[in-house]
Write a protein that binds this ligand. Structure first.
Ligand code: ATP
Length: 238
């Protein structure tokens, strides 16, 4: 069974308006793959449809060899994929530790949960220091880390990260991207949606450039970061 994510001919519509027009891409096990594109290009829509948050109009989504097109999100999580949406969605009135454990609520493997908790608290020392604090009192960067940590606590081997750098100070942007590298080195697979194309291409293996709901260019991150159209449109010129 091939591990990873394979999306073919994906179309997604909001009412009568089609936002994604037949997009195909692959994310292989252990890769960091980025979807880049301007505001409104359809990046978040693709993540939402792949993770079952909104319906797929046409096309197929295959996760770890199983077709999961239009499965409800909780079943998809059970198969090893977790989505960290834009805006984070943490529980502000629960503590940091409680938020992390919510991620694992469906799991029964106590030993593995404890192991993942140690891993997450080691990955994010700030969360470890603040584990008894209410999540609502964390800074924006810490909340972002908590959202990623909670996704890891589901036991997922594929993470869909929607704009993890959004609204963060530059030093935190760098640290969240470094953490993505650490997570991939631990054997996880990452599909990263970003407007910060330079940072995304710096850590990704491969990327897809999305323009108004279709893939315009794709290839290795190095190829994309030198591509004239990518340089002009997303990297502030050559
Ligand atoms: P951003 O970085 O701004 O989130 P994006 O590339 O993720 O941009 P999407 O949010 O996926 O783009 O939006 C793709 C298109 O779908 C846009 O034209 C947007 O206006 C439209 N759209 C997004 N969400 C909805 C919604 N809930 N209802 C109707 N249209 C939507």
């Amino acid at each position: 069974m091939a591990k990873g994510l394979s999306v073919k001919g994906l179309k997604v519509a909001y009412g009568n308006i089609e936002a994604v027009h037949g997009v195909s891409f692959e994310v292989n096990e252990g890769e960091i793959v980025t979807l880049i594109g301007a505001n409104g290009a359809g990046k978040s829509t693709i993540l939402r449809a792949v993770s079952g948050m909104i319906p797929v109009k046409e096309g197929t989504v295959i996760l770890n060899g199983t077709e999961i097109t239009s499965w409800p999100s909780h079943q998809i999580t059970g198969l090893g994929m977790a989505h960290v949406p834009e805006g984070r969605g943490i529980f502000t009135r629960l503590t940091v530790l409680e938020n992390l454990l919510v991620g694992a609520f469906k799991r029964k493997d106590k030993k593995e949960i404890d192991g993942d908790l140690d891993y997450v608290l080691g990955l994010f020392p700030r969360l470890n220091e603040r584990k008894k604090q209410l999540a609502g009192t964390l800074s924006g960067g810490e909340q972002q880390m908590l959202a990623v940590g909670r996704a890891l606590m589901t036991g997922a081997d594929i993470l869909l990260l929607d704009e993890p750098s959004m609204g963060l100070a530059p030093v935190l942007v760098e640290s969240i991207f470094n953490i993505c590298i650490d997570i991939a080195e631990a054997g996880k697979t990452i599909l990263l949606v970003e407007q910060n194309a330079a940072m995304a291409l710096a850590i990704a293996d491969r990327g897809y450039v999305l323009e108004t709901g279709s893939i315009a260019i794709h290839g290795d991150a190095e190829y994309l970061s030198k591509h004239p159209d990518v340089l002009n449109a997303y990297l502030g010129g050559a």
